[in-house]
Design a protein around this ligand. Sequence first.
Ligand code: ADP
Ligand code: ZN
Length: 756
Amino acid sequence: MTQKALFDDMIPAQDAAQPAPGRVCTVLVPYPVDKAYSYAVPDDLGHDLAAGTYVCVPLGKREVLGVVWDEHAAAPPRGKLKNMIARYDVPPMPDSHRAFIDWVAHYNMAPKGFVLKMALGAAGALEPPKPVTAYKLSSVSLQALGADEQAREKFLRQFSPQRRRIFALLQDGIPRRAAEIADQCACSPAVVKGLLEKNLLETEHLFSAAPCRNPDLARGGVRLSEDQQMAADHLCEKIADGGFYAALIDGVTGAGKTEIYFEAVAAALKSGKQALILLPEIALSNAFLDRFRRRFGCAPALWHSALSAGQRKAAWRGVATGETKVVVGARSALFLPYHDLGLIVIDEEHDPAYKQEDGVIYHARDMAVVRAHKGGIPVVMVSATPSLETMANVWDGRYEGLHLPDRHGGATLPDIHLIDMKNDKPERGFFIAPSLMRKIEENIAAGGQSLLFLNRRGYAPLTLCRTCGHRLSCPRCTAWLVEHRKTGRLHCHHCGYNLPVPKNCAECGDTDSLTACGPGVERVYEEITQHFPDARTVVLASDTAEDHEKLRAILEGIRDHDYDIIIGTQIIAKGHHFPKLTLVGVIDADLGLQGGDLRAAERTYQLLHQVAGRAGREDLQGHAYLQTYFPQNKVMQALAAHGRDAFLEVESDEREQAGMPPFTRLAGIIVSGKDEQMVMDVARDLGKTAPRGEGLDTLGPAEAPFYRLRGHYRRRLLVRADKKINLQKAVSDWLARNKIPSSIRVYVDIDPQSFF
Ligand code: ADP
Ligand code: ZN
């Protein structure tokens, strides 16, 4: 359905049967509309209907969920209003969150209702939950535990340590589900049920299944080093002071940054508030959750794309009622309607995954800072390789920089070596330099683990015909088809198009003339297993570990040293801690430098630093080898010299001279449609009237780098503005001046991160 048609359908009919009573509210609904509609409040919905209340309203022929946006709206001059239908028994969405939604919509030029939709991300969460069975101490055990010291000891001595942990946990009087008790006491739910049968526990119906209701704050974390303690104390003070505050914890991988922000989370919880930890989805690993559990005695509430409907519902409700204390989630977790949020942590703040590229296009890191500002709470960004944007804010004093210089416990950073592929060539059809092969061999002999990194799934990124030179590309996208040998198919990684590897060239008809060019992880695997047939080798990419369980098993295997050689894409680069990993080889360090991306150098530095940082995390010295054709490139030089700050300064100077972010602001405009000529015409007309003038210019239109994507032709324009200029206004005035045909879509991407 197009946006226009949907919009028409949503304008409430003005001829409802009931006469309109006195009070009128506006209600925002989770559809692509930009304004809240007026509704009459019937008497039975109560006089205390506050802004932020979740309500059910009629919309066209449907009944939909919405949120009261303005509690005292003026009745429109004519026509009768429809009545609201019902209200939900959930605390209203806080003012700060509604202000945030308004701001996000305005800043990213997205319809308000579309942003609201992200906050209501769990269908059915507003219906009252079904009761669940919870367990608490029975009068028998309460009496025994309340007796004098000696009797109490005697009572407890009859039980196993597991059972004693259960008594200790439940002494606070809070009833818990069997699964929660099992989780916190490291036993099986059967143990809980066993105590029930002996009348030592009793059950109660609980109307909340909210996760992470009772994190254990008394438990305490590891003993912090002096540097860690100073940073943690400082953050805790800021949390106690209240108000907006932004900090960057900046320290190498393994410096102990996570331990510091856990203290900040504990401080926010102690003051009775909720905390949100944002992670790039890929880093939401079990290892992280285990650490959280060790610190807080329970699992956090999770929020990411793979949750079941039930988990989603429970987490949403817990967040909205305030029962859920800590959420750990991917970028969309930022939009949940927290009852009383007290702290936001953005781990790996530089990660490109924080940018949402479809639906509402937004940058979760930047929006998180705004959310903290609206809520008057602290926000803590965390990274070993901060983005230039964030560093610029630290340099300007807008964010406080908390620096951790060393790895925890004296572990050293890996040595980074550059392998010049022009001199140290593998044989034709192979991709690992002889010198790197030798290092891997030595490392296996010494009992170490090696990781080979290549950010490319499949077997080969390009298949071409040796006879006529024809390259197999996607019929719908500007992209080559990637061979996956495991499945025997060619895949488009952009639209999912795929076909079996053909026998004949479609162009010249020659047989068996198609040949694979370049490596993907599957091909590196082939090379390694040929060379080291006895080594235990595993490939890890998003398509080799389809589900969380399989991924978890492989990661555990790596941690337990079940493998000598790991070959992986970026799925392996983030957030993992492998104690025996001492060698990292990057197959193609130049990969990210290709293409005209503004942040290509910065991104490559961040990714390779992070990958190299997998090596040598405990008492073992790590080595990283980067295979490159450009050893003199500034990125390679900075990596080898551990010269991050110097690199960022040079990057910053170059951006300033080029008039690029963070010194100016950009808006990407993509014109897209199925009719190539029409896309050209619309883009050209837009180009003619584009914003230009003092401190404002527009580049393009030009073909977008992905000129065809999923069958759509795409042209792009780039508006660049000085920081003092209202970029959104310039863009919206401009677009409003142009009539866009309904078969053409125009997407606006404020602060674009990728230039596809
Ligand atoms: P970062 O987040 O900076 O990469 P982590 O917080 O993950 O670093 O710490 C790296 C490793 O060192 C982890 O295994 C962590 O448990 C351990 N560690 C960090 N600080 C301490 C500490 N004070 N005492 C004991 N272990 C610590
Ligand atoms: Zn495609």
